[in-house]
Design a protein around this ligand. Structure first.
Ligand code: FAD
Ligand code: ZN
Length: 466
C-alpha cells in the first residue's frame, strides 16, 4: 500500500492533499522559499498525528510540521525535492479547558494565537503573547519558534508562558506532558527542549499556557527622541517609575516611519520628524485615570531631563490603536519599498547605542548611502536592524552584490557586542549557515547530540536549524 493510501486511511481522504501546487502550504510568508511537498496531511487529533508519524517513520519519509506558515526564516515549508510530507496542525484547534483558579488554559497546537487571546478574555483573563501575525500564526508555531513580540518586557517569550506540552515523538509515541504546575523539578526539562526546536525534535500537539488577570486599563504613549542613548535612559526611567506596569517599549528610527508616511499616507503620525520615536505601553490594575496620571508624570520628568523633545499620550482606544498600527506597519511599508536585508538581532540593552552607532558607520563605509530601517523591541534589547539599498539603486542588484558581506559585518558586530544573530524569529533555513559560524562548537555539538537522541532517523524538519 502506498504511503498516501495509508495516510488517507488514518486521516480520511479529504485530509490528504496532493503536493506540487499548494502555495498556501508550500510557499513561505516572505515568498523567498518555494517548496514542493509529496503531499499535505491534515490530522484532526493527537492520535492521528502519532499514526501519521509512525507511517512516515516506517516508510522512511521526512515530515515538515506547519502551523500558520508565518515563519520569517523559511522553517515551515518543504524543500523542493517533492519527497517530504507536509504535516499541517491547523485542524487541531480546540481549547481543551481553562482552569481559572490555576490561571492556566490548555489548547491544541493549531489554535490561532488571536483565538487564544479571545478565549482568555472571555473568562476575564489575559494571554499576553502578542505579535503582528497573531491573526494567522498558531500556538504550536509560536512555541516551536519561542516567539517574542511586543509584551516580552513584562511577560517573557512564548517559553515563559508555557507550563506543559503534549508532543508526538519521532518514534510515534505520545508524551503526555500537559502539566499546569509552576514548580516541578523532576529531572531534565523536556518541555523546554521542545520549545524553540523549530519542529526538529517533536510535533507539539497541545500546550498548557499561563494566564494573567486582565489589566483594568492599558495606556499608550509616543515620545520623540534625539538619540538611542536617550531612548535607553527613558527606558530606565520608565522601568523605575512604572515597574511591572511597563508592558511594552518599542523604538523606531525616522527612516522607518518615513516609509510608513510614504506608503500609507492616510495613517496620521502624532510626532513626525524626530530622529527616534519610542512607543510605550502601560498596563494598570487600578484604572485609566491613575495610569494616565502616572504616564504624564513620567513623560514630564523625561522632558525636564531633556531625554525627550515631545510626547503624546493616547486619550482613547482608537488613538492607542493608531500608535500600534504605525509600529506594525513598518514591515509592510518596507515590503512595499522593495527587497531589503533583514536582521533580527539582540544585544544587551546597554550596548544598543554603541552597537548601532559603530555598525551604522561601518556599513556606510562599505556602501555609502545605504539606508537603515531600524525598529524593534528596545525593552528586550531586540532590534530589527534592516538594510535598504541607497536611493536610486535597484534592490535586486544591491542584494546580489552586498547581502553576504553586509550579513557578515552585522553578525560580527552583534557577536562583538555579546549579542545573538536571531533574537526571536529562529534559524530555519535562512540563518543555518550563520549559526554554524557564530555558535560555539561545544554548543553545536550538544545540539547535534540532542537531535540524534530524539530523532535518530532525521524524520522531523531535516535541514532546518542544524
Ligand atoms: P509556522 O510558520 O507554520 O512554523 C514555524 C516553525 O515551527 C517551523 O519550523 C515549523 O516546522 C514549526 N512548527 C509549527 N507548528 C509546529 C508544531 N505544532 N509542532 C512542532 N513544530 C511546529 N515572531 C516573533 O517572535 N515576534 C514577532 O513580533 C513576530 N512578528 C511577525 C509578524 C509577521 C507579519 C509575521 C509574518 C511573522 C512574525 N513573526 C514574529 C514570526 C513568527 O515566528 C511567527 O509569526 C510565529 O511564531 C510562527 O507561528 P506559525 O504557526 O505561523 O508557525
Ligand atoms: Zn519583532
Amino acid at each position: 500500500m502506498t504511503l498516501e493510501r495509508q495516510l488517507a486511511e488514518i486521516v480520511g481522504n479529504a485530509q490528504v492533499l496532493a503536493g506540487g501546487d499548494l502555495p498556501a502550504y508550500e510557499v513561505d510568508w516572505r515568498k523567498r522559499y518555494r517548496g514542493r511537498a509529496r503531499c499535505v496531511v491534515r490530522p484532526g487529533s493527537t492520535a492521528e498525528v502519532a499514526a501519521v508519524v509512525l507511517a512516515c517513520l516506517e516508510a522512511g519519509v521526512a515530515l515538515v510540521p506547519q502551523g500558520g506558515n508565518t515563519s520569517l526564516v523559511g522553517a515551515s515549508v518543504p524543500d523542493s525535492s517533492g519527497t517530504q510530507v507536509l504535516l499541517s496542525l491547523a485542524r487541531l484547534n480546540q481549547v481543551r479547558g481553562v482552569d481559572i483558579a490555576n490561571l492556566t488554559m490548555t489548547v491544541e497546537a493549531g489554535c490561532v494565537l488571536q483565538a487564544i487571546q479571545e478565549a482568555a478574555a472571555a473568562q476575564g483573563l489575559l494571554f499576553p503573547l502578542s505579535l503582528a501575525a497573531e491573526g494567522s500564526c498558531t500556538i504550536g508555531g509560536n512555541l516551536a519558534t519561542n516567539a517574542g513580540g511586543t509584551q516580552v518586557l513584562r511577560f517573557g517569550n512564548a517559553r515563559e508562558l508555557c507550563l506543559g506540552l503534549e508532543v508526538v515523538t519521532a518514534s510515534g509515541e505520545i508524551w503526555h506532558g500537559l502539566s499546569g504546575l509552576r514548580k516541578d523539578n523532576t529531572g531534565y526539562d523536556l518541555r523546554d527542549l521542545f520549545v524553540g526546536s523549530e519542529g526538529t525534535l517533536g510535533i507539539i500537539t497541545a500546550a498548557t499556557l499561563k494566564l494573567y488577570p486582565q489589566p483594568a486599563a492599558v495606556t499608550t504613549a509616543m515620545a520623540a527622541l534625539q538619540s538611542l542613548d536617550d531612548a535607553v535612559a527613558l527606558l530606565s526611567l520608565a522601568q523605575a517609575r512604572l515597574g511591572s506596569g511597563l508592558t511594552g517599549f518599542e523604538v523606531m528610527n525616522d527612516f522607518s516611519l518615513g516609509l510608513v508616511r510614504k506608503h500609507y499616507p492616510q495613517l496620521a503620525q502624532p510626532l513626525a520628524g524626530a530622529p527616534w520615536t519610542a512607543l510605550l505601553e502601560q498596563s494598570d490594575s487600578e484604572g485609566e485615570a491613575t495610569a494616565t496620571r502616572r504616564f504624564e508624570s513620567l513623560l514630564e520628568a523625561a522632558l525636564e531631563r531633556g531625554l525627550i523633545t515631545d510626547a503624546a499620550v493616547a486619550s482613547n482606544l482608537e488613538q492607542a490603536h493608531t500608535m500600534w498600527h504605525l509600529r506594525e506597519s513598518i514591515p509592510l511599508a518596507q515590503s512595499e519599498e522593495g527587497l531589503n536585508i533583514k536582521h533580527d538581532i539582540s544585544v544587551p540593552v546597554s550596548a544598543i547605542p554603541s552597537f548601532v552607532a559603530s555598525t551604522d558607520a561601518a556599513l556606510q563605509r562599505m556602501v555609502p548611502g545605504l539606508r537603515m530601517v531600524d525598529f524593534g523591541h528596545l525593552g528586550d534589547g531586540n532590534l530589527h536592524y534592516n538594510v535598504q539599498a541607497p536611493e536610486g539603486v535597484p534592490a535586486a542588484d544591491f542584494l546580489r552584490e552586498h547581502e553576504k558581506a553586509i550579513n557578515a559585518l552585522v553578525y560580527e558586530a552583534v557577536m562583538a557586542h555579546g549579542g545573538s544573530i536571531s533574537a526571536e524569529h529562529g534559524i530555519g533555513l535562512l540563518k543555518r549557515d550563520a549559526l554554524v559560524t557564530h555558535k560555539s562548537p561545544v554548543a553545536l555539538g550538544l545540539m547535534r547530540a540532542i537531535k540524534q537522541a530524539l530523532d535518530p532517523r532525521g524524520l522531523f524538519n531535516p535541514g532546518r536549524l542544524l
